[in-house]
Design a protein around this ligand. Structure first.
Ligand SMILES: Cc1cc2nc3c(=O)[nH]c(=O)nc-3n(C[C@H](O)[C@H](O)[C@H](O)COP(=O)(O)OP(=O)(O)OC[C@H]3O[C@@H](n4cnc5c(N)ncnc54)[C@H](O)[C@@H]3O)c2cc1C
Length: 594
């Protein structure tokens, strides 16, 4: 612990209570953060891991249901090359192929390491790790049928993986800080010295000095009204990176999962279809025959979400309403109870529907961010989005963009991304460590964090943050969802402009710094608006359809002009775009049919 006095004089509204010093500070305790923590601590580095939640095990990764992809071949022939091809084709050829190759090769190592740490995977009758089918994962470079590739633990895969890592981290002695809300990075140009946090339990700011700082804060699905993501998915890490001058990459590519429970959006895992479930419209048809005749319900998510939305728009939703049916009745009670028990429980509790007896009402739901903080293949943040390393700053998991998912992620490749690149990031920090330094804390290091909080506490308007949030979520749901077009996107641009004004006419009555959930929500709202802005401007400027970016006014993929990554820079004066090439080291782009 260092003397905090050096900073207190310049903190305007919010007192700095402590300065902590560690070798490595990891912001986020999901799969990505915990993997990095384990690798750093195992190598002898003084490693700390923080979460804004009350306990690491509540991190959003715990919600992952269906599985983690790896070509183990437990039950049938599979190869990492097939997995790589599927990932690249699924991405609509926007994934960087050097990174995709690492993802699928490291997948096997990562799943084995989980197994050796004791992760209780479901098993085959021979005792091997059980595997199921998932959308877009097929045999023989796309020529064959669906392949058994998703390793799973019933429909609670994320829960068991997260607990396995957390137990390992505890055993190793990783230092955890909970209810610690990271607000701003401490930087000196493209060098990172650590992070300033708000202690939401006791009030006040803390500065964490570290040689290596990892952002592993997850996504921002809370920008939409119908979402499968947890309350903590509010773009905090992406916002910190933007404020430090780092661009965000490919933000226009945001995934809608086809099967969210109507009308809450709670996820009904793709594992339901992987086990053999059907999608049915009001005519009783398995309508995927009209959209992806060869792969049917196991086509990639962007295609299935568009199919469901098109059926609903054509009036073929159930009873003409805004949902269709996911039917798993024919799987039988035994399979549902052993492989999909949580799905049954959620359906009964939240929709009053027992899927053993009735079909489940579903609708596409906001799910996953393909874009994020640009990194190299070892999680080092790229200051210019291309090649300039931000010394001492790393990013991994859903907040990062390495980019393995391109324009559309395949199911089970995200727990994999977070695990593979969280792990690699930890290894990279250990490797870089001798060349990293503890930078001196400047007097005004906490100023940005203090101003962020002060901005909200000092507003004297009358608008409640929740009103602005509802407007944001409704706008994103209406104009920046499964289908997009210029008119709606332009409308969203003006909604966002309006929201910036409203943020400075906001009022929160609670001015305290401890357990002030309204203050926290208002800060998260600011981050969500910044992310929504990046998504909307990116979607408006990309005049093509590719993966999850489906423009009704530009329905075709345009490789000539748009086979490139978007880099979105934002500062007080406004935003600008830059672009970078896609790594196409192995597979040549082709028409994407399923
Ligand atoms: C319902 C659901 C089911 C899913 N199922 C699957 C699946 O079966 N297979 C698959 O591959 N993918 C699945 N996904 C996606 C996958 O679970 C996530 O993408 C992945 O787990 C993200 O891991 P992460 O480590 O990046 O982030 P998280 O697990 O979300 O961890 C983020 C951490 O950062 C912390 N944090 C955030 N902001 C701050 C801040 N300001 N200060 C301090 N801490 C902060 C959080 O508290 C948390 O500890 C699913 C997603 C959803 C929504």
């Amino acid at each position: 612990m260092e003397d905090p006095k050096i900073l207190t004089e310049n903190v305007v509204d919010v007192p700095l209570r402590n300065v902590h010093k560690h070798d490595v500070i990891i912001i986020g305790a999901g799969l990505a953060g915990l993997w990095a923590a384990i690798k750093c601590k195992s190598a002898g580095l003084d490693t700390a891991c923080m979460t804004k939640l009350s306990m690491p095990q509540r991190s959003h990764s715990t919600a992952a249901q269906g599985g983690i992809a790896a070509s183990l071949g437990s039950l049938e022939e599979d190869h990492w090359e097939w997995h790589m091809f599927d990932t690249v084709k699924g991405s609509d050829f926007l994934a960087d192929q050097d990174a995709a190759e690492i993802l699928v090769k490291d997948a096997i190592t990562v799943v084995r390491e989980y197994e050796h740490m004791g992760a209780p995977f479901s098993r085959t009758p021979d005792g091997l790790i059980a595997q199921r089918k998932f959308g877009g994962h097929v045999k023989d470079f796309g020529r064959g049928g669906p392949v058994l590739r998703a390793c799973y633990a019933a429909d609670r895969t994320g829960h068991v993986l997260l607990h396995t890592l957390w137990q390992k981290a505890m055993e190793l002695g990783v230092r955890f800080y909970t209810e610690m809300f990271a607000v701003s990075l401490i930087t000196d140009g493209p060098k990172c010295a650590g992070v300033v946090t708000w202690d939401t339990k006791n009030g006040g700011l803390h500065a964490f000095k570290a040689k290596g700082t990892l952002i592993a804060t997850g996504g921002y699905g809370r920008a939409w009204k119908i979402t499968a993501t947890s309350y903590s998915y509010t773009a905090d890490g992406q916002y910190m990176a933007l404020r430090a001058g780092v661009p965000l990459e490919d933000m226009e590519f945001f995934q809608f999962h086809p099967t969210g429970l109507f009308d809450r959006g709670i996820l009904m895992t793709e594992g339901c279809r992987g086990e053999g479930g059907f999608l049915i419209n009001d005519l009783g048809e398995r309508f995927m025959k009209d959209y992806a005749p060869a792969k049917m319900e196991l086509a990639p998510r962007d295609i299935v979400s568009r199919a469901i939305t098109s059926e609903i728009e054509a009036g073929r939703g159930i009873k003409g309403g805004p949902y269709i049916h996911l039917d798993i009745r024919h799987l039988g009670a035994e399979i549902i109870n052993t492989r999909l028990p949580q799905i049954r429980e959620i359906s009964i509790k939240f929709a009053g529907v027992d899927p053993i007896q009735e079909p489940i009402p579903i609708v596409p739901t906001a799910h996953y961010s393909m874009g994020g903080i640009p990194t190299d293949i070892d999680g080092r943040v790229l200051f210019d989005g291309k090649s300039q390393i931000f010394a001492g700053l790393y990013a991994a998991g859903e907040c990062a963009c390495v980019s393995v998912h391109g324009a559309n992620r395949l199911g089970c490749n995200s727990t994999l991304d977070a695990s593979v690149f969280g792990r690699r990031c930890g290894i990279a920090i250990v490797k870089d460590f001798p060349n990293l330094e503890h930078l001196p804390l400047e007097e005004d290091s906490a100023k940005m964090a203090s101003e962020e909080i002060g901005f909200i506490l000092n507003q004297k308007g009358s608008i409640k943050p929740v009103e602005i949030r509802d407007e944001l979520q409704a706008g994103m749901q209406n104009y920046v969802a499964v289908f997009r077009e210029e008119k709606g996107l332009s409308k969203m641009v003006s909604v966002i402009g309006d929201m910036h004004n409203k943020m400075s006419q906001m009022y929160i009555s609670d001015k305290t710094l401890a357990y002030n959930t309204t203050l926290m929500e208002a800060m998260e709202l600011r981050h969500l608006i910044a992310a929504a802005e990046a998504v909307t401007y990116g979607a408006l400027s990309r005049t093509e359809s590719r993966g999850a970016q489906a423009r009704r006014d530009f329905p075709k993929r345009d490789d000539e002009n748009w086979l490139k990554h978007t880099l979105y820079f934002r500062d007080k004066s406004g935003f600008r775009f830059d672009y970078k090439d896609v790594n196409l080291s192995r597979f040549v782009p082709e028409e994407r049919k399923y």
